[in-house]
Design a binder for this molecule. Structure first.
Ligand code: ADP
Length: 561
């Protein structure tokens, strides 16, 4: 017997293993992994270099733009101041200090100018002694936020204006705010020595004149020659980044400087550093993952190898146990026909020994011996198929024939025990597709166990063994019911080698269960309330049922005794 047949070759399974092996080979190959790491390193290096070049270009463009914007902004403020100077000088030209209407007109004009330009704190005309002749704001006592007209820095600007006969800015006067005093010559020939004095709040000048988009894009501050921040005067020192653009503001020697730096550059720097760190971490992560993957695949391969080895071992054990089961099963099943053959042989011998040869009886005994030996052969064949798990030849077989042929095998024992066999076929006599030899063995085993159980009970009154078939929507159910002692341990019934009989082998029910399950069915047992046990098995109808070739008449219940 070739037990290798127990494990059928499966080509698709092998092809799956080959594919898996190929994939593993790809990942576990040293050169492939090295190649992947090299590719990754080169990729990271190239992308970092490109990123850096792009970033450097972006910074250079931003720096160029920043210089241009700062220049533009400084021009805007300077132009504005120059325009105001020209306007004031023109108004002063029209002014006749002796004429009230002229004075009123002048005051009206500078009032409007001050209202429109919050950075202008005061506009005044002073005489040679630096005394105020006319101006705004109007006051009895000079307000504290305005520098006195005889302040040294103010005087210095006025003297310079007189000396050069041109406009002159003072140094920054820090009085509540950074102030700037502008002294303008008066073009009016009659009042040549008068000066127009304008006081600016530098902080407000920047707030008013610097456009919003500039503030959004750049950090801006105005510092003196000692790099002390004059504006903005509130909100602390402006946090410029390293890339600062500087531009002198005001007349030469004023020491005022605009400082700007691009706001986004700071964030952009952080973003780039963040990205670089992320790329680095990502690279490290990938390398770590590759190493992990390689180790994991190695471990898996080793585990699979171990599993495969344990699986060969298991099959070997299974084959040995199958062999043992086969041998035991064979001995169990062949026991009955061989015993019958021996009985018939003994009977024939006895008949031959008598003087008067009763040839019909001898022939009958020899025929029976032939029948039993053929049955033994069939059992052996079916058992072999069953153990080898090869496709058992299933053929359509009539239910009633199956039942009655099984009963024929047990009839003699039943008669000896005075047990009446009752057959109750509640189904149509359909044909089922089955291994009839094995199904008959199942019925035979159940009936023999039933007779054994009733024999063990030893009662005086006549006992009955019932064989019933029923049909549900999906199943065909066979039941064998006895009036014996009942089942002791229902859970162990179908386990191989479980027996309560002194000479039992405990294989009959285990074989029955395997045969029924091989037919897609199920077997179970129960103790009856009125005593005795019932064994049932069901076979699925959908796959089993075959149309009866002859007229499918319901078979009436029959009784045998
Ligand atoms: P064996 O007949 O060799 O013991 P089986 O597998 O056929 O092996 O039966 C196993 C055990 O199940 C029996 O020993 C018996 O204890 C129990 N058994 C089987 N059929 C019946 C029954 N109809 N009534 C009571 N017990 C039963």
């Amino acid at each position: 017997m070739n037990f290798n047949n127990l494990v059928p070759a499966n080509s698709s399974r092998y092809s799956g293993i080959t594919m898996r092996f190929t994939r593993h080979h790809f990942f576990t190959n040293r050169w492939t992994l090295l190649g992947m790491m090299l590719f990754l390193t080169v990729g990271l290096f190239a992308s970092s270099t490109l990123g850096w070049l792009w970033y450097a270009e972006k910074r250079a463009t931003a720096a160029r733009q920043s210089s241009l914007d700062l220049l533009w902004m400084e021009q805007i403020i300077t132009n504005k101041l120059e325009t105001q100077q020209v306007m004031l000088q023109n108004w002063a030209l029209d002014l006749d200090p002796a004429s009230k209407p002229s004075r009123q007109e002048f005051l009206r004009r500078i009032d409007e100018l001050i209202k429109e330009n919050h950075a202008i704190l005061a506009v005044e005309i002073i005489d040679e002694q630096q005394q105020r002749l006319i101006g705004l704001p109007d006051y009895d006592q000079r307000p504290a936020h305005l520098p006195p007209l005889n302040d040294p820095l103010v005087s210095e600007a006025i003297q310079q204006s007189r000396r050069l006969n041109s406009s002159a800015y003072s140094q920054v006067i820090e009085q509540f705010a950074p102030l700037w005093v502008l002294a303008l010559p008066n073009s009016n020939e009659q009042h040549r020595l008068h000066r127009i004095v304008v006081t600016y709040n530098l902080d407000k000048l920047l707030t008013q004149e610097v456009p919003w988009w500039f503030v959004q894009r750049y950090d801006l501050s105005l510092v003196d020659e000692h790099d002390k921040q004059l504006s903005p005067s509130e909100g602390g020192i402006v946090a410029h980044n390293k890339e600062i653009n500087r531009l002198d503001f005001g007349p030469s020697g004023s020491g005022l400087t605009f400082k700007t730096s691009v706001r986004t550059v700071q964030n952009f720097d952080n973003l780039l550093i963040g990205l670089a760190i992320a790329v680095l971490l990502f690279g490290i992560l990938i390398i770590w993952l590759l190493r992990l993957l390689r180790r994991w695949i190695k471990e898996r391969k080793a585990a699979q190898q171990a599993l495969r080895e344990r699986d060969e071992l298991l099959q070997h054990t299974a084959r040995l146990s199958s062999l043992a089961e086969f041998a035991s099963g064979m001995a169990h099943e062949l026991n009955q026909p061989l015993a019958a053959i021996a009985n018939y042989a003994a009977a024939a011998e006895c008949l031959l020994e008598t003087d008067k040869i009763q040839s019909p009886k001898v022939r009958q005994a020899i025929e029976k011996m032939g029948e039993e030996s053929r049955r033994a052969g069939k059992i052996m064949h079916s058992m072999r198929n069953f153990i080898q798990k090869s496709a058992t030849p299933h053929e359509p077989y009539s239910i009633s024939q199956l039942v009655h042929e099984s009963i024929e095998l047990i009839e003699a024992q039943a008669r000896r025990q005075h047990v009446r066999i009752q057959v109750d076929l509640r189904t149509e006599d359909i044909k089922i597709d089955c291994d009839a030899v094995m199904l008959k063995q199942v019925l035979f085993n159940l009936m023999r166990n039933a007779l054994d159980a009733m024999d063990a009970k030893q009662t005086d009154h006549a006992q009955q063994l019932e064989i019933r078939t029923e049909q549900t929507e999906d199943y065909l159910v066979f039941s064998v019911t006895d009036q014996g002692q009942g089942v002791q341990d229902i859970d162990k019934l179908f386990q191989a080698f479980y027996t309560t009989k002194s000479e039992g082998m405990g294989l009959g029910l285990a074989i029955c269960r395997t045969v029924i399950e091989n037919h897609g069915g199920k077997i179970w047992a129960e103790n009856n309330p009125s005593g005795g046990a019932s064994f049932h098995f069901r076979l699925p109808l959908k796959t089993q049922q075959m149309p009866q070739t002859q007229s499918a008449q319901p078979v009436p219940s029959i009784q045998r005794s």
